[in-house]
Design a protein around this ligand. Sequence first.
Ligand SMILES: Nc1ncnc2c1ncn2[C@@H]1O[C@H](COP(=O)(O)OP(=O)(O)OP(=O)(O)O)[C@@H](O)[C@H]1O
Length: 724
Amino acid sequence: MTKPILPTRKQIQQTFKLQQDQSDCGVACLLSIIQYYEGNNSLEKLRELSGTTKQGTTLLGLYQASNQLGFTSQGNEADIQAIIDHKEPLILHVVIEEHLQHYVICYGYENNKFIIGDPAKGIIELTKEELEKIWKSKTCLTLTPNNNFVKSKTQTNNKKKWFIKLVKEDSKLISFSIILGLGIAILGMAMAIFSQKLIDDILPSKDFTKLITGIILVAFLLLIRVLFTALRDFFLITQSKDFNNRIIDSFYTSLLHLPKPFFDTRKIGELVARLNDTQRVQRVISQIIGNTAINILVTIVSLGFLFFYSWQTGLIASISLPFYFLLIYSFNKKIINAQKEMMQGYAFNESNYITSIQGIATIKNNNRQSIFQKINQFIYGNFQEKVFNLGKINVRLSIFSGIFSVLFLISILIYTSTQVYNEVMQLGELMAILGIAGSLLPSVASLALITIPINEAKVAFNRMYEFTSIEEENKGNISLSKFNSLEIKNLSFRFAGRKELFKNINISVNQNECIAIVGESGSGKSTLGQVLQKFYPFENGTIIVNNQFNLPDINTEDWRNIIGIIPQDITIFSGNVITNILLGKKDTPENIQVFCEEYGFTAFINSLPQGFATILGEEGINLSGGQKQIIALMRVLYKKPQLVLLDEFTSAMDRKTEKFVLNLLKKLKSEITIIFISHRLHSLPQIADTIYVLENGIISNFGNHKKLMETTNFYSDFWKELII
Ligand SMILES: Nc1ncnc2c1ncn2[C@@H]1O[C@H](COP(=O)(O)OP(=O)(O)OP(=O)(O)O)[C@@H](O)[C@H]1O
């Protein structure tokens, strides 16, 4: 499985992957090494496995991910000589521009230079001194593929299959559009040919009938061309609509089924930007169907006509057009890079805009409007600078191509006019040749630039594919409808790339019991709650349900029907109170009214301006924290769960509401098992049968109020401080 001692440049170039944004450098390095060993994966998957966040990846995260992917890897402290002696690619942790943490790959040492794969720049060479300057940490990750490493050629095939599946339904529309495009191209020549006939034959012959017939014929052909163009455009917009609907549906559906950790590591702006990617892919499809086919044909037919009228002009065109093509083509790379930077600038600007709107209260409260305005000026200015850079390249391109066009047309003009002057060529032929030569250049230019939109679409397509190729969350296959007990045994958990959050935790709860998990902020209580919702897989230990099933094996949908959650951050959707309780489920208003009366929520509903019809969320009134918690309680109880998990519930309620809620929960204890997660401890003695104290990553104590008060711990400290 191991490669030859020093990889060739070609191998490196072919397998090296650039980062898609700043936080991706670590995973881009890992992906490059995977591809170097002929494996395959996606940046998205690697982000997930390595716990990459908006800030980037830790070396520990890269280590954990690479071990899961079939590498024997090791984090080391090393010196320059050690990496010269190490004959396999390795990842170095470096610091660039004095403070930016970054990862690069060292592929080897050759001719006194290190071959470095820098995900921000590409393949570069560094001298010992240059590398030492940035490799200050002296830490690196060595990776050797072991027997678990899977070589895979399947991903490219899967990508192709996915793409074909997406466009397959449009194949008829696409074929019609191409055929119409060909018709349009051929009819486009009609005017040039007619003008030649008009000047050379019809007008000199003074044949009026011929003139009228000719005009009618050309008018007819031009009208057919208009019809063809309209039809083709209609097919294109139809295809565009169908394709976008299909692709967005597939994208959104995959998004909803992605595992929770996926959402922890993404910025909203980035997710929104990916929705726009679909349009980019579609635009290029339209462009290829709409223009490229026509341009190819226009070029061939025009050249044919030029040869037909005068083989010499055909020859001039055939010799000079490849140069024209190459001249324009040479701009491709610059334009693609400038476009990439512009797209990044755009995504960054969008993220910044969304974050400032979300944090508007904090900005105002801290009087930081002017600072945020300056940040925005900087970010937006940077984006505009990138747009400007792209514009500059385009201006340069149009100057060069303009000069070339002038030279080309003038040389054709000189040649043909000399021919007319010497009476070898007729005037009409000159006109036709000039007309055809003029239409040839834009077609060739557009063909030379086709890689730009294709590349843009490829980037967009890959980014979308990465989303849709992530495995859905674990579904589990044991169905369950009745909850009896939950037992957490020796459970350990860490977020990918982080140190262990808790270890060897033992907690149990039976039907109709109420337990509480208490502990300091950040001790991992909410995370434990999320593990219980099957949001995160755990590292070691077991969670047994009903004394027989492993939680990961239980059907996720069944389990989430059994467990009801009130999270710390409650989401209120746009809509009225009823839609917020039902969350899309169908029910009659009478039933909801009965439900509210049964649980005693009627007074709360009546206190809202329009009762049940009160519009909440972005389009409606803002609820207080306590009111949101009541809505969340209604939402949970309406679901009729058998186990509820209440995370810092009642924290925002006034004493009266809290009392009402606690009394309600006490009554419900006979029907529902309750897990409280809290650091508000004063209400717990009334309701919790057992209290577990989570401290320093372990359950340091557990028992009822009386038992816990006998020792010194987080819980008893709280009560003792109250008494003092
Ligand atoms: N997705 C994540 N990736 C990495 N670390 C995370 C993630 N979510 C939470 N953490 C970290 O895990 C730790 C535990 O967080 P958690 O929310 O579980 O604490 P908590 O005990 O519920 O705190 P609080 O009482 O303040 O709600 C924190 O240090 C937090 O920064």
